[in-house]
Design a protein around this ligand. Structure first.
Ligand SMILES: Cc1cc2nc3c(=O)[nH]c(=O)nc-3n(C[C@H](O)[C@H](O)[C@H](O)COP(=O)(O)O)c2cc1C
Length: 462
């Protein structure tokens, strides 16, 4: 890299912890290894209040971005995406129409995490970079402890070296995410066909409606009026949430959050008792609002336990959800990991009549699912997620997340294969036997019969 023109690299730090952040250790390492460039680190997540309120702070931030040859989005993963504070910064850029400060500049992203949905976070930042007219050169997703290993440090150096070379050689970049086209309809609901009795089920409709999306307001209003019985509509702006998760991890010990605002009571007393939670929001850039993100991030005080296990979730979205696969994926995966059943309705429809039918169908269906207690089998999202959490909570994260450890232990969630004695015994017996050529030949010749044999008794007694 030496001998090449010095570049200015602006790092947008997405950790609420500011300088004392795991992610920033990676940036510090990069600076040491590539000292010929100028680096500026902007703590946009930690300083979001100031950046939002103070015009001078906002302008200085934008001036720095304008001066960059490369913008590095460097952030920790927070609930499958970035933290709410970083999300707010991104929202401000669009709200204040400051895209020009970013346009035309090269961008890349660097995250630290435990690899739980790191791909969605980078897909989000990629799409944001595209929307800002930046030239996105790919991402580096480090497991938070990677930097401690020689091999991983070398890998990071290779990535950075190639990245810097690409910027200096001004490589062309193709836009991957098409600009969003918003649904054109103004939703005017018709009369209800049927009112749904909630019976023994509790319904909570959570919305972040703030008047900016009339369709969102009308959609939730219709749903609210579709239910009769135990139904409550709660606006996230009214629950007295004082701020975003700080990542301090003090909750890990016994689930006590450092905040003493309204969130904890609301979570415990309103959400946990609900059978059906309808989550309503509109698309803001390539996710929901930063308020919704704050809701998700703050639920971290409960650690990595499936809080909403067994609940029915209805996502009611205003805006082009189906053009933002990463948002659909993040919400679906969140529900799957929580042990929930999720349904979606959006205003991407041809007319109000169609939306009436879809919302009514959601109300009917969600009650049917709640009554039958139907939760779909986990998909890869939660099957994979469980193994990541299980291994970390058993191992490296156990000290910080003792409440999780107790919960996992009590609920039999340390289901490592080595704990499955029957399979171990079977393996110990069969593997040596399979070394005998005649026996092996027979077993493999009949493999498909061996595979269906265990189902025989179930089918007989069904
Ligand atoms: C509220 C919260 C949510 C998190 N969500 C995720 C996640 O979805 N996926 C993941 O792999 N790690 C997640 N993490 C772990 C952090 O991304 C990881 O510890 C990171 O290295 C912290 O970096 P920092 O010190 O720079 O903030 C989460 C941590 C917190 C505090």
């Amino acid at each position: 890299d030496r001998g090449i023109k010095a570049m200015k690299i602006v790092v947008l730090n997405g950790s609420p912890k500011g300088d004392t952040s795991v992610t920033m250790q990676y940036v510090a390492y990069i600076r040491k290894k590539f000292p010929d460039h100028r680096y500026e680190i902007l703590n946009v997540a930690a300083d979001i209040r100031k950046i939002e309120k103070d015009a001078a702070a906002w302008n200085t931030t934008l001036d720095s971005v304008r001066s960059a040859d490369l913008v590095l989005w460097a952030f920790p993963l927070y609930y499958l995406v970035v933290c709410s504070q970083y999300k707010r910064f991104i929202e401000l850029v669009f709200e204040r129409k400051a895209q020009d400060a970013f346009a035309g500049t090269y961008a890349s992203s660097l995250s630290t995490s435990i690899h739980f949905f790191d791909q969605t976070a980078h897909a989000y930042i990629h799409a944001i970079s595209d929307d800002l007219g930046m030239k996105y050169l790919g991402f580096y997703s480090a497991e938070m402890r990677d930097l401690l290993q020689d091999e991983e440090r070398k890998r990071l150096e290779k990535f950075v070296s190639l990245l810097f070379t690409a910027v200096q050689e001004k490589v062309p970049v193709q836009r991957e995410n098409a600009p969003l086209v918003w649904p054109a309809i103004t939703y005017i609901p018709g009369p209800h066909q049927k009112i749904q009795e909630t019976g023994s089920k509790k319904v909570v409709i959570l919305t972040d409606s703030d008047g900016s999306s009339p369709n969102l307001f009308v959609m939730t209003d219709r749903l609210y009026k579709t239910f009769s019985g135990s139904v409550e509509m709660i606006n996230l702006h009214d629950i007295n949430m004082k701020g975003g998760c700080l990542g301090c991890c003090q909750c890990g010990y016994d689930n006590t959050c450092v905040y003493t605002d309204g969130y904890i009571d609301f979570f415990r007393n309103k959400l946990l008792p609900a059978d059906i939670i309808i989550m309503a929001g509109s698309v803001h850039d390539r996710y929901l609002s930063s308020t919704w993100k704050q809701f998700f991030d703050r639920s971290f005080f409960r650690g990595h336990i499936p809080n909403f296990k067994g609940k029915q979730i209805g996502f009611v979205i205003a805006g082009p959800l189906h053009q933002v696969p990463v948002l659909k994926e993040a919400l679906t995966a969140w529900a799957d990991n929580g042990g929930c059943n999720a349904q979606f309705v959006t205003d991407e429809v041809s007319g109000s009549g169609e939306l009436d039918l879809l919302l009514d169908a959601m109300a009917t269906r969600i009650l049917q699912c709640a009554e039958s207690g139907y939760i779909p089998p986990h998909t890869f999202y939660a099957v994979g997620g469980h193994k990541i959490f299980r291994d970390n909570i058993y191992g490296g994260m156990r000290i910080a997340f003792q409440a999780d450890y107790r919960y996992y232990k009590e609920h039999g969630m340390f289901d490592f294969p080595q704990a499955d004695l029957k399979t171990r015994l079977f393996n110990a017996l069969l593997i040596p036997l399979l070394r005998i050529p005649g026996f092996r030949k027979k077993v493999f010749a009949d493999m498909k019969y061996h595979m269906v044999q265990p189902f025989e008794s179930v089918l007989k007694s069904a």
